[in-house]
Design a protein around this ligand. Structure first.
Ligand code: NAD
Length: 335
């Protein structure tokens, strides 16, 4: 299978590309290596992916329409996984334009590429942040989520609406995956686990928002990758109208789908910090602060649809996932 993965130098994109390559898929990887966070970390992730002969590395901006058109025409991917995005809730208050450029303009370029180049299906990253201050726990994809609390969340919700339009108008099969707070080795330096680990090891205080009382469905990177791969294999079937094949009831073909991928076991932030302290064998000095603008109090994924259709439920306990992260961090940064 020839699969285009966007955001391949990213946390999730690099982990996904490695798994796809290991099982024999051909991966075309696109990334613009922007400097939202440490480019050296992105390059280090990319080095691991580039070691595989089945990988083609493309340096391009998904917001560049001509570059995307040329990419689809040249490589003719069968399937596309769109992970390239301007991530981060807080940064969307500082730099809204970046979210419009990549998450909206970039995403429309991906949809157009899929539509015009016979791509069998598109799997794309949405986010738990679309639930906003939703208080019905756990969150299901059937909840009405029209009240985003940040431009990041609004751009992810917009992606779902745009995907729906392309599925409805052109029969493009799309699967949106709402990831819940992903963590693990090679993780993002702007996210809590990375920031906490760095500061604790450097003897600096950590900022703990909402006084540490909010709960997050922290989801381990390998569980996210497993969920994406199973989605690609099980529910993201080719469009029967294009392939001439009969709809396959075993893979329950439908042109527009949405799933939560979350651990289904929310953990209070203070407990998460406690787990990290235990792994590091060090105590954190905590700055207890109020909830930040754009942040949501709790996240909790209902994954029943994922279990029913994809046959998968994320399962890594935070104790195990945080330990793997700490081991990676110490090894990578030699601390
Ligand atoms: P990441 O920032 O590590 O990866 C994104 C990659 O996309 C980066 O390497 C970046 O250089 C690249 N990129 C950004 N803009 C681009 C552009 N215009 N053109 C080409 N490349 C571009 O983020 P991640 O944590 O790996 O997230 C992957 C996806 O999952 C994103 O869509 C994100 O919004 C979503 N998501 C992540 C989480 C999480 O907890 N990590 C949670 C929910 C959703």
């Amino acid at each position: 299978m020839k699969i285009l993965v966007t955001g391949t130098a990213g946390f999730i994109g690099s982990a996904l590309a490695l798994r796809l390559l290991a099982r024999g898929d051909e991966v075309i990887g696109v990334d613009n290596l922007n400097d939202y966070y440490d480019v050296n970390l992105k390059l280090a992730r990319l080095e691991r992916v580039k070691a595989h002969p089945g990988f083609t590395d493309v340096r391009a901006d998904i917001a560049d329409r001509a570059a995307m058109e040329a990419l689809f025409a040249r490589h003719k991917p069968q399937r596309v996984v769109n992970l390239a995005a301007q991530a981060g809730v807080r940064y969307s208050l500082e730099n809204p334009q970046a979210y419009v450029d990549t998450n909206l303009v970039g995403f429309i370029n991906i949809l157009e590429g899929c539509r015009h180049h016979g791509v069998e299906n598109l799997v794309y990253a949405s986010s738990s942040s679309v639930y906003g201050a939703n208080t019905t726990m756990p969150f299901t994809v059937h909840d009405n989520v029209d009240h985003p609390m940040s431009l990041y969340a609004a751009s992810k919700k917009a992606n779902e609406l745009m995907a729906h339009t392309y599925s409805a108008l052109y029969g493009l099969p799309t699967v949106g995956l709402r990831f819940f707070t992903v963590y693990g080795p090679w993780g993002r330096p702007d996210m809590a686990l990375f920031l906490f680990t760095r500061n604790i090891l450097e003897g600096k205080p950590i900022d703990v928002f909402n006084y540490g009382r909010h709960r997050r469905d922290f989801t381990y990177i390998d569980d996210i990758v497993e969920g994406v791969i199973r989605t690609l294999d099980r529910v993201a079937g080719p469009n029967p109208a294009w392939s001439g094949a009969e709809p396959d009831s075993a893979t329950s073909f439908a042109p527009y789908r949405l799933y939560n991928i979350g651990n289904n076991q929310p953990v209070e932030l203070l407990h998460y910090i406690q787990v990290l302290e235990d792994c590091l064998g060090m105590k954190a000095e905590k700055n207890l602060l109020p909830l930040q603008p754009g942040d949501v109090p709790d996240t909790y994924a209902d994954v029943q649809d994922l279990v029913n259709d994809v046959g998968y439920r994320p399962c890594t306990p935070v104790e195990q996932g945080v330990e793997h992260f700490v081991r990676w961090y110490r090894d990578f940064y030699k601390v």
